[in-house]
Design a protein around this ligand. Structure first.
Ligand code: ZN
Length: 106
């Protein structure tokens, strides 16, 4: 294994750990814990940027691009399906919308 591969795997493991920790903080439903979750997300994005390691697809859609919240449906975001166009809309509590396609676009 090359050194770059090793760094990439360590970086992706750290990103996943930080995201898991962010979700745990959001589930605590406390204002201080929410700030901590935003910090974890920020750190994960910094690690991803520095090591050029992508945030996994399933986790990438769970970050608000405006405020950096980790989106947990029912706690800090609502999910609405737009079946005619084949996408889900994640609306963050800051008002930002994230569209996640579940149907292949033609
Ligand atoms: Zn937001």
């Amino acid at each position: 294994m090359k050194n770059a591969d090793l760094m990439g795997s360590v970086a992706s493991r750290r990103i996943k750990t930080l995201m898991r920790m962010a979700e745990e903080r959001i589930l605590e439903k406390k204002p201080a814990a929410k700030k901590l979750a935003q910090r974890y997300v920020k750190l994960a994005l910094k690690i991803s940027e520095h090591y050029k390691s992508n945030v996994p697809g399933d986790l990438k859609h769970r970050i608000c691009k405006k405020c950096g919240n980790f989106l947990v449906p029912g706690i800090n975001c609502t999910v609405r399906l737009v079946s005619s166009h084949g996408y889900a809309v994640y609306v963050c509590e800051c008002g930002n919308e994230e569209h996640v396609f579940y149907k292949k676009r033609r």
